[in-house]
Design a protein. Structure first.
Length: 406
């Protein structure tokens, strides 16, 4: 028996009475909301919207049972609930704040999609209503910042005019003659949402009664997704929260930068330029320090019987970049091998002057096979990480034995 969908004719119906036709234990629960046993209930009619068309399902209660998930199974609406329902008449109630938020977002999407297609020839190919933001994927040329702003402005103008939003029914052919935005290849009578003078689109979702109830639309950003352009936006209460959050971040940034809010961008530019200069100076000083340390170590380290200097050292409380700079400085000297480690993170680095005649990459693999870890590199320069930093000294002793052995 088909479930009568009350939300088709009245998305504002918050409560309803229906008869439970069946309630069976759920064999597999797809909902993370259900921590214990759950049941699948089918009613003769329902105001609960099932996940469909990019819009998530409703929450709420049926009798004393919490509704965890709502899904569409052919002509039936399946309610996943947290307790068994008797096959009697029950009262259902919708989580209204969630429903109204979804209505604002979904109607706002219809309006925004209409603006992109009508004024910029950018059709919507998919829609997703997320918990924080909504997205539409547009097909065509990349929408510029001006296009995004213009589409947002045009949509908000229609919101301020409070155009009527209504439900219409008709066949695909009838809706096509009425100027439907996106044709649907389906037989029978279809449900469509009409925004007065703007939009007609087949849709089974829940919507507001007038564009004024959308509140406002705020387009956030656009990004490339495969061959399409994904546009993020929020409507109504979400737009209010996003605007307030953005303003708070701007104010806090201005306070941190000791400037007016309208000067944040230029002040940030100056801070970034200063950071780049400081980093360049820091890098030069670190290179000088590494070169000086290398010179001292080379001077105090004698060559072995084969004329090779082997320098092993474990550092702690030293910048990560220093290890590479120090190894590079040591490896500039002929017949020199550097076996270095850094306790923080268990970093390990082997480097040599090519005249030393060893294979640092092979050496690293041999050592990590014994101590555990991962890494790799070239014949003259290899770096990695031991699984346990407490084994770092053991790893260097092992490496020294292999390069100094017969």
């Amino acid at each position: 028996m088909a479930t009568r969908r009350l939300y088709y004719d009245d998305s504002f119906q918050r409560e309803f009475t229906a008869r439970v036709l069946s309630c069976e234990p759920a064999t597999a629960c797809p909902s993370p909301q259900a921590k214990a046993s759950s049941w699948q209930a089918i009613l003769d009619e329902t105001a609960f919207y099932p996940t469909s068309g990019g819009q998530p399902h409703d929450f709420g209660k049926i009798g004393d049972a919490r509704v965890l998930e709502v899904s569409d199974r052919k002509d039936e609406i399946v309610h996943l609930v947290d307790r068994r329902l008797e096959c009697v008449e029950v009262k259902g109630s919708i989580d209204w704040p969630r429903r109204f938020d979804h209505m604002q977002q979904h109607t706002g999407q219809h309006l925004l999609s209409a603006m992109f297609q009508k004024h910029f020839a950018l059709p919507t190919v998919s829609f997703h209503l997320g918990t924080e933001v909504c997205t539409i994927d547009l097909r065509g040329q990349e929408p510029s910042e001006q296009v995004l702003e213009d589409a947002e402005r045009r949509a908000n103008q229609i919101i301020f005019e409070d155009r009527r939003v209504s439900v219409r029914y008709g066949t695909a052919e009838e809706l096509t003659r009425l100027g439907v935005r996106k044709e649907v290849d389906r037989e029978g009578v279809l449900r469509a949402i009409e925004i007065e003078g703007v939009e007609l689109q087949p849709c089974g979702g829940t919507h507001v009664k007038g564009t004024g109830q959308i509140g406002m639309i705020l387009v956030r950003r656009s990004m490339r997704i495969r061959q399409d352009w994904r546009v993020e936006f929020v409507c109504g209460g979400r737009a209010e929260k996003a605007a307030r959050r953005d303003f708070a971040l701007l104010r806090e940034s201005a306070e941190e930068l000791s400037c007016a809010q309208e000067e944040v961008v230029s002040a940030l530019g100056r801070v970034l330029a200063e950071r780049d200069t400081h980093f360049k100076n820091y890098r030069e000083l670190l290179e000088r320090l590494a070169a000086a340390e290398a010179a001292l170590v080379l001077q105090s380290t004698p060559a072995d019987s084969e004329g090779i200097r082997v320098i092993d050292r474990v550092f702690s409380d030293m910048q990560p970049e220093f290890l590479g700079l120090f190894a590079t400085a040591l490896a500039k000297r002929e017949n020199t091998i550097a076996l270095l480690g850094r306790m923080e993170g268990g970093q390990i680095l082997f480097a040599q002057h090519p005249s030393s005649g060893k294979d640092m990459n092979a050496l690293l693999r041999q050592v990590l096979e014994k101590t555990g870890g991962k890494g790799g590199g070239t014949r003259d320069f290899a770096r990695g990480q031991v699984a346990d930093p407490s084994h770092l000294k053991e790893a260097l002793v092992l490496a020294r034995g292999k390069v100094s052995g017969p």
